[in-house]
Design a protein around this ligand. Structure first.
Ligand SMILES: NC(=O)c1ccc[n+]([C@@H]2O[C@H](COP(=O)([O-])OP(=O)(O)OC[C@H]3O[C@@H](n4cnc5c(N)ncnc54)[C@H](OP(=O)(O)O)[C@@H]3O)[C@@H](O)[C@H]2O)c1
Length: 268
């Protein structure tokens, strides 16, 4: 089964690298193309993928077409290219581009899949959310799940849920990176070496969240295990709440989900 990537930047390469690293496909099953040839050259070097001479050639030779260019380039697909995708599976990672807008461009694809991946996919620890345009055949479902498993874990959602899911798993890495950055800066100001503080913050984050998943317990119970009355954690959480952390998370989730809706309506 040949997989062709239109766009070979960070996300396209993360998927292609994952596919090869996890042995889902051999290098000779991968094809790619990019705008300037820069991304495709890197993908070819990293994975052994072949570089197609045109998008048309890539689509004709692929069983699965992965769209991994910028969202605004969806409409650069020509009618001839779209026709070449007839009967094929088209997988898009384009943020904010709805299944309906994909259907406008690829009316005769066998099925369309909209995926929201995230950047930890680069190390096989990604989380993706996805939805199909049509109820998938068993084979299509298996193929997509195998493709996304090469990035980490993947969860099917209905398209309307993808806006909120995008905030959690698509934007989520930036949220955690920002928290780690702020913690390390606050620690640095108080005399703890910044690199050590960043490591402490990151490892504590990983350990805590792994405990949350492994224990299957409610976060509130796990918080109770850390807090003692009038202790340090109590001071930290009380200060966070007093300064409005719950309202900040609530409003920022709303703002980001609304932005995802706007983008899917083609608002700049
Ligand atoms: N990064 C994330 O965290 C993330 C998360 C979820 C979804 N996404 C989605 O993933 C997609 C790719 O993002 P990215 O971070 O990988 O971007 P990126 O690193 O900028 O890569 C974009 C790629 O698209 C190529 N390209 C641009 N115009 C093209 C065209 N008209 N035809 C074919 N290829 C074209 C570029 O070519 P050159 O290499 O030759 O310049 C490059 O290889 C976006 O749609 C984004 O919404 C990204």
């Amino acid at each position: 089964m040949k997989i062709g990537f239109i766009g070979a930047g960070n996300m396209g390469r993360a998927i292609a690298n994952g596919l090869v690293a996890k042995g889902v496909c051999q290098a000779n099953a991968l094809l790619c193309i990019s705008a300037s040839g820069k991304g495709s050259a890197i993908m070819a070097e990293q994975t052994g993928a072949s570089i197609a001479s045109s998008k048309l050639e890539l689509i004709e030779q692929s069983d699965i077409v992965v769209l991994a260019f910028k969202p605004q380039h969806l409409e650069t697909i020509s009618e001839e290219e779209a026709t070449a995708a007839s009967g094929k599976l088209v997988v898009s990672v384009l943020a904010g581009r709805s299944l309906a807008s994909m259907k406008d461009v690829f009316p005769d694809a066998a099925n369309l899949v909209r995926v929201m991946p995230n950047t930890p996919s680069q190390i096989g620890k990604g989380v993706s959310t996805f939805c199909f345009e049509k109820v998938p055949s068993d084979e299509q479902k298996e193929t997509v799940e195998e493709l996304l498993a090469s990035l980490g874990t993947a969860y099917e959602v209905v398209e309307e849920q993808l806006h909120v899911a995008t905030v959690i798993n698509g934007c989520g890495p930036a949220f955690y990176f920002r928290i780690a950055q702020l913690i390390s800066e606050a620690a640095d100001k108080r005399g703890l070496d910044k690199d050590l503080a960043l490591r402490l913050a990151a490892e504590t984050g990983i350990g805590s969240l792994e405990l949350l998943l492994a224990s299957k317990r409610d976060p509130k119970d796990l918080i109770d295990e850390v807090v003692s009355p009038n202790g340090v954690t109590h001071a930290l959480l009380t200060s966070l709440d007093r300064q409005g952390l719950p309202a900040i998370i609530e409003q920022s989730t709303e703002d980001a989900a609304n932005r995802s809706i706007e983008l899917s309506q083609n608002k700049k």
